[in-house]
Design a protein around this ligand. Structure first.
Ligand code: WTA
Length: 632
């Protein structure tokens, strides 16, 4: 039974049902899955704890709904098609049967290495099919995976290993990205010097580069799976057992481990995938995200595979070996649904339309956008040049914490409007709140975006620190989940996401806490203090602007800023490297010592005409000095 909505009136009808009787609504959706034991109760919740449970006492294994479920019906259908970095290298296809066998083999490896239900496994891998196999094998044996984007530094990796006390790391020798060959295992080795919980490392051989192997701890993937049984009994999980932890940045402190659980996430990722993309059996679907982010979890791996779809996985980058690579891949596999980030669209837009010309792109039916607000110009470019004006664009708003898409058009059903994520999906009850904590009802309003009723894919806790979950998401507005985003509801009731209202910036669709970048900058021995803000960036959406007070020690500004950039790369990774670093004599602080970021944001934006009230500053002169030294 499919829960696909087919018409706009069907959408409104389903939406009404989902609000009037959420439990029945989601029970009906959940009934289309295979449960080892059906749940006793659909939902138990309060947002004060918060304490949210879906499908209570239901028993399942998510991988049975991906593997066994499809084995006898679509066993020969491609589940994953992998396109390598080099166009000349052979692509690979894993059918549902092959995926079943690979996952079972690797599940047997994990169990042989002593991995048990509840153990944490870090996956630090390039975009190869084995990364998906690794995730599913963890889920199959009841281990909790935590995928770490392979661009993160050894420090960032060690932090995550330590936070979740991982027992196993699954990795690769190296990673091909464009014309680069990046070491991966070497980063793991460095990280493990500062961790003590990891007893096993399994290394998938991808680049063939030399790696050091520690006897008793490190094993090659291909050797480990040799002779392993291609069958394995999936471990029974409770609906509310953890499925995975995914670390994400917030406005304070270190990244936190967002926890998703088995039952609700399964139901929500598949339901949203089928409805938003209007996936039909036989379609070829491609999401260009990395599996290190939530988009890769929900819409490369879980959602599409639960739906029995063919999901493309691309190892490389959009501009290698040429700026038409995405379109070449679309034609090669006759991709029907294509899902990418605005930053990629803008980067390709900068190359003009020439790289698109050799390609037909006539297989495309749906275009998707995710990760950051899509500006109207990029929306139109995407619509005209890629979708040839015939493909609906689904601008999908959601977060690591929401597990799946929350606000989005349903492809071809919901009338679209450039830069608008349009309407909430069934089951999603939004509220726009003013600064006094009052809900703003009616249309043509703007405020902070909250959700007032639970949905199955939502965050359950932040790993190891439930209070942090409560403080971050459930304290700003009583009885509501606060998203951290500003939003506008226009005269038609359509939602437009305006961007973060907290100290989180969105750089090329990657979430970055300004405090996290500041902490990394402050690791440089000559840095006294720093403040980081976002500013509008043509391609990245937002760029990182850092104001830094330094002890110059006869160093040139140039060499010092380069050193600071290297420090950030080392502590977090290249994605957090500031675009602009301004050495300043002081920061604009109030008498109570609080940095007035509003002023720093205005200078970074180049919007210095009206600096607002600066009378509460301890030293108002510092503002003029900052403006003087502004980096263009
Ligand atoms: C932003 C990515 C506008 C938003 C799935 C959110 C968006 C943050 C959109 C979550 C969109 C995501 N329009 N903004 N369509 N999608 N965002 O956790 O600020 O990496 O809070 O999840 O990205 O980023 P995350």
């Amino acid at each position: 039974m499919s829960d696909r909505i087919h018409t706009l009136s069907g959408y409104f009808h389903e939406y009404q049902k989902s609000v009037a009787d959420p439990e029945n609504f989601w029970a009906r959706v959940a009934d289309s899955f295979h449960w080892k034991k059906r749940w006793d109760k659909v939902l138990d919740w309060n947002f004060e704890g918060p304490d949210v449970k879906w499908f209570l006492n239901g028993k399942l294994n998510i991988t049975e709904n991906i593997l066994e479920r499809h084995l006898y019906t679509i066993g020969d259908k491609p589940a994953i098609i992998w396109e390598p970095n080099e166009p000349g290298e052979d692509s690979r296809t894993l059918t549902y049967r092959q995926l079943y066998e690979e996952v079972c083999r690797f599940s047997n490896v994990l169990q042989e290495k002593g991995v048990q239900k509840g153990d944490k496994v870090i996956i630090y891998m390039p975009m190869v099919p084995e990364a998906a196999v690794a995730m599913l094998a963890c889920a199959r044996v009841g281990a909790i995976h935590s995928v770490v984007f392979a661009g993160f530094s050894s420090n960032a990796l060690a932090d995550r290993i330590n936070d979740c006390e991982a027992k196993v790391v699954l990795t690769a020798d190296g990673n091909f990205r464009g014309n680069k060959k990046i070491p991966v295992k070497a980063v793991v080795d460095e990280a493990l010097e500062n961790t003590s919980t990891v007893s096993t490392v399994i290394i998938y051989q991808r680049t063939g580069q030399e790696v050091s192997m520690k006897a008793g701890r490190d094993f090659w993937w291909h050797e480990a799976i040799e002779g392993k049984d291609a069958h394995q009994e999936a471990v029974e999980m409770d609906s509310e057992d953890m499925l995975f932890i995914l670390y994400t940045s917030g406005s304070t402190g270190k990244p936190k481990g967002v926890v998703h659980t088995c039952g609700g996430y399964m139901v929500y990722s598949k339901y949203t995938f089928e409805n938003v993309f209007q996936y039909s059996p036989g379609d070829v679907y491609w999401c260009t995200a990395d599996i290190g982010w939530i988009t890769g979890h929900s819409y490369i791996v879980y959602g599409p595979l639960l739906a029995g779809a063919t999901s493309i996985m691309f190892e490389g980058v959009p501009t290698y070996p040429h700026a038409g690579r995405f379109w070449e891949i679309v034609d090669k596999y006759k991709v029907n649904q294509f899902y990418t980030a605005p930053t990629a669209i803008r980067a390709l837009q900068a190359h003009g339309t020439e790289p698109i010309e050799p390609f037909k792109l006539d297989s495309l039916k749906v275009l998707g956008s995710v990760g950051e607000p899509i500006n109207e110009e990029a929306w139109h470019w995407y619509h005209t040049h890629i979708g040839k004006t015939k493909c609906p664009i689904v601008d999908t708003w959601w977060q690591t914490e929401t597990g799946g898409i929350m606000v989005s058009p349903l492809a071809g059903i919901t009338p679209t409007k450039p830069a608008y994520a349009t309407l909430p999906l069934p089951g999603i009850q939004l509220a726009i709140m003013d600064t006094e904590g009052k809900e703003m009802t009616g249309n043509s309003v703007e405020g902070n975006l909250c959700v007032k009723f639970p949905w199955p894919g939502m965050i359950r806790t932040t790993y190891g620190d439930h209070d942090r979950c409560k403080q971050t998401y459930f304290s700003a507005y009583k009885g509501m989940y606060f998203t951290g985003d500003g939003v506008k509801r226009d005269h038609d009731g359509y939602y437009r996401i305006l961007g973060r209202v907290d100290d989180v910036i969105n750089v090329s669709g990657h979430r970055m806490g300004t405090a996290e970048v500041e902490n990394a900058i402050n690791e440089h021995p000559l840095v006294v203090e720093s403040a980081v803000v976002g500013y509008p960036h043509q391609v990245k959406g937002q760029g990182i602007y850092a104001y830094v007070i330094c002890d110059m020690k006869n160093r040139s500004e140039q060499s010092l800023t380069n050193e600071i950039k290297d420090t950030v790369t080392k502590i977090i990774g290249p994605i957090a490297k500031p675009d602009k670093i301004q050495i300043v004599p002081g920061l604009p602080k109030t008498r109570s010592g609080k940095i007035m970021r509003r002023i720093l944001r205005k200078v970074a934006e180049g919007n210095m005409d009206n600096m607002g009230d600066t009378s509460t500053l301890l030293d108002p002169d510092v503002v003029d000095k900052i403006i003087e030294g502004r980096i263009e």
